[in-house]
Design a binder for this molecule. Sequence first.
Ligand code: SF4
Ligand code: SF4
Ligand code: SF4
Length: 183
Amino acid sequence: MIEQINNILPQTQCGQCGYNGCRPYAEAIASGTADINQCPPGGDEGIVALAQLLNVNPKPLNPAFGEHKPKSVAFIIEEDCIGCTKCIAACPVDAILGAAKYMHTVIASECTGCELCIAPCPVDCIVMQPLPEPLSAAEKTTRAQLAKQRYEARNLRKQREEAENLERARQKKAALLKLKSAS
Ligand code: SF4
Ligand code: SF4
Ligand code: SF4
C-alpha cells in the first residue's frame, strides 16, 4: 500500500506535506497519521487518485500546507554564484552540478521545482522559472519516476556515507585507546 500511495505522489520531494519527502508522507497516509490532502504539488488530481485508492471521499487541498502552483524549475544566475555548495546539499534529487569555489548549475530536466535550494543560497542567486508549457501526463510520469529514483539513490548514498563516517570515528577512537594503553 505504501508503494501504491507513493506512486501517486508527484515526487517533488519538497516537504510541504510536513514530511521529509514523498515516501515518508506515503507511509504516514498508509498508517492513518496523515490526511490525503496535504500535497500541494499533487493538486486536486492527486487527491482524487489517493481517495480512489483508499476508497474514501476526496476533499480540497488543505491550505495550511500551501497552494498548487504551475510547475517551475530552478535557475542559477551563474555570474553571481560564489561556489559555496549549499544548494547541492539541499537538493533532494541531486539536480545541481558544481564543486566548491566553482560556479554551479541546475540540470533543468532533473529539477523537481521543490524550491529547497532557494533559502540556503547566501547570495540569492537562485530563481524559479515556470516551464514554458505545462507538462503532458506522460512527461509528468517520466519526471516523477526519475525524481523517485534520484531521491532514493541520494538517500542510500547519504546512509552509506554516514555509516562510513561512523566506522572511521570508531576506528580512530580504538586506535587512540590502544595508544593510550600502550603508553
Ligand atoms: S511532493 Fe512535496 S508535498 Fe507532495 S508528498 Fe512529496 S514531499 Fe510531500
Ligand atoms: S535544483 Fe533546487 S528546486 Fe530543483 S530539485 Fe534541486 S533543490 Fe529542488
Ligand atoms: S547556494 Fe548559491 S552561491 Fe552557493 S553554490 Fe549554490 S547557487 Fe552558488
